[in-house]
Write a protein that binds this ligand. Structure first.
Ligand SMILES: Cc1cc2nc3c(=O)[nH]c(=O)nc-3n(C[C@H](O)[C@H](O)[C@H](O)COP(=O)(O)OP(=O)(O)OC[C@H]3O[C@@H](n4cnc5c(N)ncnc54)[C@H](O)[C@@H]3O)c2cc1C
Length: 398
């Protein structure tokens, strides 16, 4: 079977890798290359964790991905995965996101344990726990070196005979049922099946399918410069990855000092529109100020530290935070992967293997990813960010 995968972010790269490994003739196309700086999969690092509220499917997909990441990292010259664990700080009253996760995490053989604030203070003296209600530690979790991982997978795909093409692919969605509707350099891409995995560009390529069901939001990431000779005090051996669940403010999260970059902090908020081609990628002064206020409160020892590096990127959100995996209604040889909603990196390998099983072995697409769910009101996801209501999102982004 000949398959063309468009987009070599983590979803396209992993799909191409597994399809090629199964013996398919696979071509992988990307406008700027795997893990490029504009893509959702660019940048230094991403968190991998099993905690997902009641959304068991993501716990399972993540669990299915661990072995792949461990092998990839072990066989790579440079470290790609650091299993440093993850600390959940619950600032809000509602702890159900954690409690609902527990049974699903245990069902895949791991756990998340609550630790007392007293213990937490002793173990992690850099963190201010005063306004935190509960602390939970997830041991089977950590940091993935994002862009490196993506490039590494594409290298493996190539080594195994996969073909990689750099440049823009055009899709004529209006005529997608026709053979010549997917082109590269003006020529048809001939294939039996197509996988479209263009992240935030999906809705530009397939507006009929995705304009009313996805939106792109602007996100800022900061690396704070730790004092000279003190990197060891702020690194992943001392503090794991962390996320502060907060219903009233954005939920901040971070990956302490890694890759000699700095102390990473970002926030989970999806309220500002972003265009992956034309929007400036420069932090906004009011958001920098807000982040510093938060960071200096939560990590008082870091007070006054400067920002060493920043990054502005985007989430490709579905309206309810769940992924979208659907054949295009005009052509059932075109499988569309969309709506990674700010949490799609960690489970790329699990998802890529699922795509292989769907395309080659005719496995069913999980109902959770069916696009139809978004055509009726209401949200089906337990995903922790429910800050923007469903109707509000439609108003903001369409
Ligand atoms: C700040 C931030 C923090 C995040 N944190 C986490 C985290 O901690 N854990 C986690 O699991 N996830 C996290 N995510 C989400 C995760 O990074 C994304 O869900 C994931 O990387 C999306 O991958 P993708 O393959 O769908 O899209 P992308 O990586 O965006 O890939 C799409 C690719 O398509 C290519 N393309 C686009 N148009 C065309 C075209 N016309 N022709 C050819 N190629 C084209 C692009 O060049 C790009 O390489 C975070 C995201 C951000 C922005």
């Amino acid at each position: 079977m000949k398959i063309a995968v468009i987009g070599s972010g983590i979803w396209g790269a992993c799909s191409a890798y597994f399809l090629n490994k199964e013996g398919c003739d696979v071509e992988l196309y990307d406008m700027w290359g795997a893990g490029n700086s504009r893509s959702g999969s660019g940048g230094a690092s991403r968190i991998i964790r099993l905690t997902y509220g009641d959304d068991k499917i993501y716990t399972e997909l993540t669990n299915n991905s661990f072995k792949f990441w461990e092998n990839l990292s072990n066989k790579s010259e440079r470290k790609l995965y650091d299993e440093c664990g993850m600390l959940w700080l619950v600032s809000q009253e509602d702890n159900s996101y954690i409690t609902k996760s527990k049974k699903h995490i245990e069902s895949v053989g791991h756990n998340i344990e609550q630790i007392s604030k007293k213990d937490a203070k002793e173990r992690y003296p850099l963190i201010n726990f005063d306004d935190i209600n509960e602390v939970h530690l997830e041991k089977k979790a950590g940091a993935l070196m994002a862009s490196r991982c993506c490039k590494n997978i594409v290298r493996k795909f190539k080594d195994n005979g996969g073909k990689v093409y750099l440049g823009e692919v055009a899709i004529d969605e209006k005529n997608l049922e026709n053979k010549n509707s997917i082109t590269y350099n003006g020529k048809n891409i001939e294939a039996d099946k197509y996988v479209i995995a263009c992240g935030p560009w999906n809705r530009k390529l397939l507006p009929e399918m995705l304009e009313n069901t996805t939106y792109i939001s602007r996100q800022e990431v900061y690396y704070f410069g730790v004092p000279n000779n003190k990197a060891a005090e702020y690194n992943l051996n001392k503090i794991p990855c962390w996320l502060d669940l907060n219903a009233n403010n954005p939920s901040y999260y971070g990956i302490p000092f890694h890759l000699n970059k700095g102390f990473k902090i970002a926030y989970d908020e999806r309220s500002t529109k972003f265009d992956p081609d034309s929007s400036d990628r420069v932090p906004l002064p009011e958001l920098v100020k807000r982040t510093k206020t938060y960071l200096y409160h939560r990590f008082p020892n870091l007070k006054g530290l400067p920002i060493a590096e920043t990054r502005v990127c985007q989430y490709e959100n579905s309206l309810d935070g769940n992924f979208i995996m659907n054949y295009h209604k005009k052509n059932d040889n075109v499988l569309v992967l969309s709506g990674s909603s700010g949490h799609g990196f960690k489970l790329g390998p699990g998802l890529g293997e699922m795509v292989k099983n769907i395309l080659i072995f005719n496995n069913e697409i999980p109902k959770e990813f069916n696009l139809e769910r978004l055509n009726c009101e209401g949200t089906s996801s337990q995903y922790y960010n429910a800050q923007i209501k469903y109707k509000e999102k439609k108003r903001l982004f369409n």
